[in-house]
Design a protein around this ligand. Structure first.
Ligand code: SF4
Length: 556
């Protein structure tokens, strides 16, 4: 097989700041791997594992899998081994990865903001029922995530996904992770610009491209032309955000360097205007900077946010223009749109006279059976398609106005309501200890129980309070930008370590994005979570001034 991989070239732009210690940046000629992940990627392009899965591992079974593929390159195909059931959170840090490994896989299927026709929703559902013990969660990267996948079944799953126009390619790994697209692109009456064609072009040109299959770490992309900034652009490595240039009209600003986990950073707007048909080239430029200049020595420093923080906005833009695009970008200092509610829950107007309807599963927990039921309802009511959202929600697109009332009733009966409580609407949870090898605590079931209890205790809550439940410090469910952000950890209780959470209070997303305060004293056991949240919310409701939001109250 020819080696199609990208061959690093020396930096052309001599003023790029060089760190004192070599960080493994290809652009400065440091191509020798500095850790085992870099070595594994150098040994073999992770994209090559696809053939081995199809032709060897799926035929010979789990025990035939090369460990370097199993715990490394499989991720480029959206496959992770899942956590062995019954291992408690206290063991997460002390056991080797292989001791935590189950013989089953988690598979992520990327939707990339695409409109899923009823047949595609049905295909996603039946994959869950046929191969994944009826799992099929909606994640906050617009994926469907399955569990209990056997390697023997992967070829048939991929065949069905392919038939539905979907894929698990590069859904994990040091690759272009699933793209977040506006769930209401092309239909919302208040849209600034429709970025669908730009996202399609990025996917068609660069997904599975060996030139972009070896980043220093993951690379997250978001694109929206909706004024609500409904793709969490501030927490992505690169985001294209709808803006209006006074002369050129609607286009996209480029935000770079967002990311949470440890050392959270908000993305920095470059203050430019990019027309739709140039977005893919600019994406390749930003991705190229990350590939060539991203830090590869320590995994904990290998995200674009560290490079952006060290270079600053102006240097980043200059390198992008001079070294990658060969031209200057159009400056644009139009202020970002003021932003509105981002989740699209409920019934809204489309520009063509139809409606779109946002549904709220609890903390993203869906199932194959529910997706099949949803496909049935979409066909029954003449709904065009569905999109997944970065808030673990589902939006139905192209609902005939006359079908709305019947559809809402049927959705309630199915268990995917479009009329959720504030608690159900505003609670997210990551995968957690049920399946994730990095988890310290349970999240999905804990979030479900918390929502049920808060619905009972505060049935008429009149303002949104976001609760993001995370199983470890990695912040997959965006700990730091929630009103009540919960980071899973072991906490001391009556002399023993038990499952619990470090609380981050008063975080916010959007234009007023701010990281929640990590208060030393605010650690809570998982068992005590309902009462803790009740106490905080009760204080807020008594003490708030008229119209004051939770984050503003915390910041007082
Ligand atoms: Fe796993 Fe931690 Fe991410 Fe949750 S936040 S999915 S526990 S890595």
């Amino acid at each position: 097989m020819p080696d199609l991989r990208y061959k690093p070239e020396p930096a052309k732009h001599t003023e790029i700041p060089r760190p004192k210690r070599a960080e493994g940046q290809w652009g400065f000629g440091y191509t020798e791997p500095l850790n085992k992940n870099e070595q594994s990627k150098k040994d073999d392009d992770p994209l090559n594992v696809r053939d081995r899965i199809l032709n060897i591992y799926s035929k010979r079974g789990f025990d035939s899998i090369d460990p370097a593929d199993l715990r490394g390159r499989f991720r480029w195909m959206g496959l992770y081994t899942q956590r062995k059931p019954g291992i408690d959170g206290g063991k997460t840090a002390v056991l080797d990865e292989e001791e935590l490994d189950d013989r089953f896989f988690m598979m992520r299927v990327r939707s990339d903001g695409q409109l899923l026709a009823p047949a595609a929703v049905r295909a996603l559902g039946t994959i869950g029922t046929d191969f994944a013990r009826d799992t099929a969660d909606v994640t906050d990267r617009e994926n469907i995530q399955y569990h209990w996948i056997r390697v023997e079944d992967v070829p048939e799953i991929w065949r069905r996904l392919d038939e539905a126009g979907l894929s698990s390619l590069e859904a994990c790994g040091d690759s272009p992770r699933p793209f977040l697209g506006s769930p209401v692109a092309g239909v919302a009456a208040d849209e600034i610009i429709d970025g669908t064609s730009a996202l399609d072009e990025i996917r068609a040109r660069f997904l599975g491209d060996p030139a972009f299959s070896n980043f220093p770490r993951k690379f997250k992309t978001a694109l929206t032309g909706h004024p609500s900034h409904d793709v969490s652009p501030e927490t992505n490595d690169v985001a294209f955000v709808g803006t209006v240039h006074p002369e050129h009209g609607p286009g996209f600003d480029v935000w770079v360097g967002g990311g949470l986990s440890t050392n959270p950073k908000l993305a920095v707007p470059l203050g430019v205007w990019v027309p739709t048909d140039e977005v893919a080239d600019v994406w390749a430029g930003v991705a190229g900077i990350f590939r060539d200049y991203g830090y590869r020595r320590l995994r904990s420093k290998a995200r674009l946010k560290f490079l952006v923080a060290d270079w600053g906005r102006d240097t980043f833009r200059e390198v992008l223009e001079k070294e990658y695009l060969g031209r200057e970008l159009v400056s644009c200092d139009s202020p970002p749109s003021p932003g509105t509610v981002r989740d699209h829950i409920g019934v809204h107007d489309q520009k063509d006279g139809d409606k779109y309807v946002g549904l709220a599963p609890t903390a993203g927990r869906v199932s194959g059976t529910l997706l099949v039921g949803l496909a049935d309802l979409m066909e029954k009511h003449g709904v065009t398609g569905a999109r997944l959202t970065p808030y673990q929600k589902i939006v139905l697109i192209g609902v005939p106005p006359g079908a709305v009332d019947g559809l809402l009733d049927d959705l309630d009966e199915l268990g995917l309501t479009a009329r959720p409580s504030q608690w159900r609407r505003n609670t997210m949870a990551c995968t957690g200890i049920e399946f994730c090898k990095l988890a310290i605590v349970d999240t999905k079931d804990r979030a479900r129980d918390l929502v049920a209890e808060l619905e009972r205790r505060f049935p008429d809550l009149d303002t949104p309070i976001t609760v993001n439940v995370n199983g470890c410090p990695n912040a997959c469910a965006r700990t730091q930008v929630a009103d009540i952000g919960l980071k899973g950890q072991l906490v001391m209780h009556e002399g023993e370590q038990v499952e619990g959470f470090q609380v981050h209070l008063g975080g916010a997303a959007g234009l007023d994005a701010v990281f929640g305060r990590k208060l030393r004293a605010h650690k809570v056991t998982s068992a005590g979570l309902d009462d803790y949240v009740t106490a905080v919310v009760s204080n807020f409701l008594v003490d708030r001034t008229e119209g004051e939001a939770f984050a503003a109250w915390v910041a007082r």
